[in-house]
Design a protein around this ligand. Structure first.
Ligand code: ZN
Ligand code: MN
Length: 484
């Protein structure tokens, strides 16, 4: 029997505002525990929340980037539950009037896992969203040997919750969704979306049902995933587990599971019987949000999105569409390319240097484009040195290696090493005259129609110039002199 998999994701994204959602404490990852707290984010009695407008604006920006409907009015509600990392015993969230609804995330080819890019089931798929709402993050618990510590620095960090429709059909699509979403969040400068820092966290709902069955199978939730590859592995495991159970005739029930990355298995956390009733009600301390006033400013801050950037790179710089994909995939790389390509005669050559030599040098040095030792302008200078005939392609490789190691500019290295290619016509002419006088036989052969003799003479010119003559120029001059 064959089975259909349905996956929906709930993604929590920390916004990169300077201060927290309802107080003025700074948002900073990795600070001394409990150094960024105040009565409001500690949930002390009587402390009142003050809304962070920038967090609301960033959520609207995200909604606009993803094509959501922005609610003219939305409000904040209290989601009541007890948990040690949340001393108010409620989380300020949004229930029935979220800031954004609908919208979608387009999945692009390079967002799929590398081994799955050739077998994409639904090319150009868009995953539709249910909503995006804004809430506050809770504190973080640290479990020690015989005690638990709580760090309230994270409590009150603005947190977007992005909920997809159950419209994802494979672990690979879930992977592509998270990668594409992360890229958009970085493009929009609303979050660094670093999963290792907990800035992007994901819960996965996954159900499997026989093909012949119309209604969805039991919804099983995998909680607190903190890596994109982990999401893929957890889903693959869970699909196999559920399919196996169905094949054995077992009945699946709604439950919440965790993922043990080390052993590669999900485990039962709780069943539906213990599901929460959050007793949502509007937070009386906060006024409803009218988004109209924010819209214009939010619209002005929408960047060029990856898809538009890819198209523009092909048109403006004549790079291949694959190269444009790779360049636009990483915003830093795209910026680097554009800065370098700015003064280039052939931007395509700049792209080639970035995608081949630079990328491989970066990866073998375990560096990224953000800590690249060669500034983009310096790479542009190197490419221009080749194009103007000052150095050969082979010499350029040597200069590039030195640039990467020392950070020195290309022109300086060329001078220091004395590898400048000779393109002074007068000097090359002199070498050509010498070569012809010293080798009358090959010169005569060429005049008589033996084209290969020119190469011999060219070799002599290179020798006389100690390898510095521009070989193309030398060839042209020899030919002119012999034929003339
Ligand atoms: Zn605070
Ligand atoms: Mn939430």
């Amino acid at each position: 029997m064959s089975y259909i998999t349905t996956i929906g994701l709930e993604v929590h994204v920390q916004l990169k505002t300077r201060s927290k959602m309802f107080c003025a404490c700074p948002v900073e990852f990795g600070a001394e525990p409990n150094s960024h707290t105040c009565p409001t984010c500690l949930g002390l009695p009587g402390a009142l929340p003050v809304m962070n407008h920038e967090a609301v604006r960033m959520t609207v920006i995200t909604g606009l980037m993803l094509g959501c409907d922005i609610a003219p009015t939305s409000k904040f509600d209290r989601k009541n539950y007890f948990y040690p990392d949340m001393p108010k015993n409620y989380q300020i969230s949004q229930y029935d009037m979220p800031l954004c609804e609908n919208g979608s995330v387009p999945l692009h080819d390079l967002a799929y896992p590398k081994d799955a890019q050739k077998t994409i089931a639904t090319p150009d798929k868009e995953v539709h969203l249910v909503r995006i709402h804004l809430e506050e993050d809770v504190a973080k618990s640290f479990h020690f040997e015989s005690s638990t510590g709580i760090d309230f620095n994270r409590a009150g960090t603005p947190l977007m919750e992005i909920v997809t429709q159950p419209a994802i059909n494979s672990p690979e699509e879930a992977f592509a969704f998270l990668t594409s979403l992360k890229q958009l969040l970085i493009y929009g400068a609303v979050s660094d979306a670093d999963m290792e820092k907990g800035q992007l966290r994901c819960d996965c709902n996954v159900s499997v049902r026989p093909e012949a069955q119309a209604e969805l199978g039991a919804k099983i939730e995998i909680k607190n995933m903190n890596s994109i590859s982990g999401v893929r592995r957890a889903l693959a495991y869970e699909i196999q587990r559920q399919t196996g159970a169905l094949e054995r005739g077992e009945k699946l029930r709604q439950e919440t599971r965790g993922w043990d990355d080390a052993i590669g298995e999900t485990f039962l956390m709780r069943t539906k019987e213990s599901a929460h009733d959050y007793r949502y009600f509007p937070d009386p301390d906060l006024v409803p949000v009218k988004s109209e006033m924010l819209l214009e400013e939010a619209r002005a801050r929408i960047p060029e999105l990856p898809r538009a950037k890819r198209t523009r790179f092909v048109e403006q710089y004549q790079v291949s569409s694959y190269d444009a994909d790779v360049l636009a995939d990483d915003l830093e790389l795209a910026r680097y390319f554009e800065t370098a390509a700015n003064g280039a005669k052939k931007p395509k050559n700049v792209a080639n240097w970035i995608l081949n030599d630079l990328q491989s040098a970066l990866s073998s040095a375990s560096k990224t484009i953000s800590d690249c030792p060669i500034p983009p302008e310096a790479l542009d200078e190197l490419v221009n040195l080749i194009e103007s005939g000052k150095i050969s392609g082979k010499q350029a490789k040597e200069v590039f290696a030195e640039m990467f190691a020392s950070g020195k500019p290309a022109t300086k290295i060329v001078k220091e090493k004395g590898i400048e290619q000779l393109s002074d016509t007068g000097e090359i002419e002199a070498f050509c005259d010498q070569a012809i006088t010293a080798n009358p036989k090959p010169a005569a052969d060429f005049k008589a129609g033996n084209a290969a003799s020119l190469n011999f003479l060219k070799g002599q010119v290179m020798k006389l110039s100690k390898g510095k003559a521009n070989p193309q120029l030398a060839g042209e001059i020899l030919e002119r002199k012999l034929k003339g």
